[in-house]
Design a binder for this molecule. Structure first.
Ligand code: PLP
Length: 400
């Protein structure tokens, strides 16, 4: 089996490595403690205890109550469930308007598209140049019949961090439910559900060194998650299906570890990120996508004029560097990134994008190796591009 170990892994927004702490927490429930938490016998009760402990730990870390946590199969399910919860709440019976943004994850956008085909109206906010939604945009978009505002905490492609406290406050003052997709921020940025004015929040373990296929829907007291699946009464009837005990234990351990090391990891990673940005900025006719200041510590995203991002990825792969041209979900789909288009990039530029998402395990040597490989890759691709030669000779205008 080939490992990722000899590669420079710079695709942490797609997924992260399972931490040792998470793996250790999972092992007992994979190896021998295989009881069903709903069984009344001793083996079942061992699994039940693991579930309860994980929920208690997570509630402590997020500063909420255990009843506000529903375990889901990941971020996609949590986002779907959050939206359906808001629109089917009794209090929103008469309301049919939803506000969100043009650069949400597809698990939000596609659900909203589906709702638009029934009785709902959706307003998607435009994305300002720096990739940060202004609270004023939300205040201007909401109506008397708005039942939900959904704005992500940090964007998965360009890493820009959104002012969710101000947005949540606007919603609270108007009695509108506020959901945030915190899949990219959980474990990386502070979240305090006792303070942040959030009604619904989604997170996913595999973005903070936990296992894949497990996540959380947080629903504030008084909001009852609408069940997507018909079946047993697990998760207090909010999510049917036998609980993934090992994954839940692993997620709790990963979230705990991420919280303990957050300040240190952020400082280390942001320093590496800024070194990477400085290095790539020297490439002519390039642009950093998203805000330089309000940005996830590990996110770097550039557009390079005159190249195909996907081809650059293949060159980087040959050099032992794992990167992405946008979100993993749209990779290979031959569609320009909806996030970059929403930022106002032309289709041609959007196709020339590169996302590098690093973490605390990278070092300066990795960063310098990435910079050198990207510089060389961009130069090679431009050399063989007819469009680029048209620009060089003045037959075509540069965008950047
Ligand atoms: C990864 C991601 C998701 C989807 O989470 P899964 O657990 O992979 O389903 C949703 N939103 C954002 C912002 C993400 O980065």
């Amino acid at each position: 089996m080939s490992g990722i170990t000899d590669m420079i892994y710079a695709d942490n927004a797609a997924t992260t490595k399972l931490s040792k702490a998470a793996l250790d927490a999972m092992m007992p429930y994979l190896e021998h403690a295989y009881g069903n938490p709903s069984s009344l016998h001793k083996e079942g009760q061992i699994a039940r205890r693991a579930l309860d402990e994980a929920r208690n730990d997570i509630a402590d870390i997020l500063n909420c109550s255990t009843q506000e946590i529903t375990f889901t199969s990941g971020g996609t399910e949590a986002n779907n469930q959050a939206i359906l919860t808001a629109v089917s709440d009794q209090r929103n019976r008469e309301k049919k308007h939803i506000v969100s943004t043009a650069f949400e994850h597809h698990s939000v956008l596609h659900m909203l598209k589906k709702l638009k085909r029934s009785r709902f109206e959706v307003t998607l906010l435009d994305i300002p140049q720096d990739g940060i939604i202004r609270p004023q945009q939300v205040a201007e978009a909401v109506r008397d019949d708005t039942c939900l505002v959904s704005v992500m905490h940090a964007n998965n492609e360009i890493g820009s961090i959104q002012p969710i406290d101000e947005i949540g406050q606007i919603c609270r003052e108007r009695g509108i439910m506020f959901h945030t997709d915190a899949v990219q921020s959980a474990g990386h940025l502070p979240i305090d559900l006792g303070k942040n004015p959030i009604d619904l929040l989604s997170l996913s373990a595999h973005k903070f060194h936990g296992p894949k296929g497990i996540g959380i829907l947080y629903a504030k007291r008084g909001i009852h998650p609408a069940n997507l699946l018909e079946g047993g009464a697990q998760e207090r009837g909010h999510r049917s299906g036998t609980e993934n005990v090992a994954a839940i234990a692993g997620m709790a351990a990963a979230l705990n570890e991420a919280g303990r090391n957050m300040n240190e990891n952020t400082a280390r990673t942001a320093h590496l990120r800024d070194r990477l940005i400085r290095g790539l900025e020297t490439i002519p006719h390039s642009i950093l996508n998203g805000s330089k200041e309000n940005r996830l510590p590990g996110n770097v995203n550039f557009c390079f004029e005159g190249i195909e991002g996907e081809t650059l990825l293949l060159l980087l792969d040959q050099e032992g560097i794992c990167a992405s041209s946008g979100s993993a979900c749209s990779a290979g789909s031959l569609e320009a990134s909806h996030v970059l288009l929403a930022l106002g990039r032309s289709r041609e530029l959007a196709f020339g994008s590169l996302r590098l998402t690093i973490n605390e395990e990278n070092n300066e040597e990795d960063i310098d190796q990435i910079i050198a490989a990207v510089k060389e890759g961009v130069a090679r691709l431009r050399e063989s591009s007819p469009i680029w030669h048209d620009k060089l000779s003045g037959r075509k205008e540069y965008y950047l």
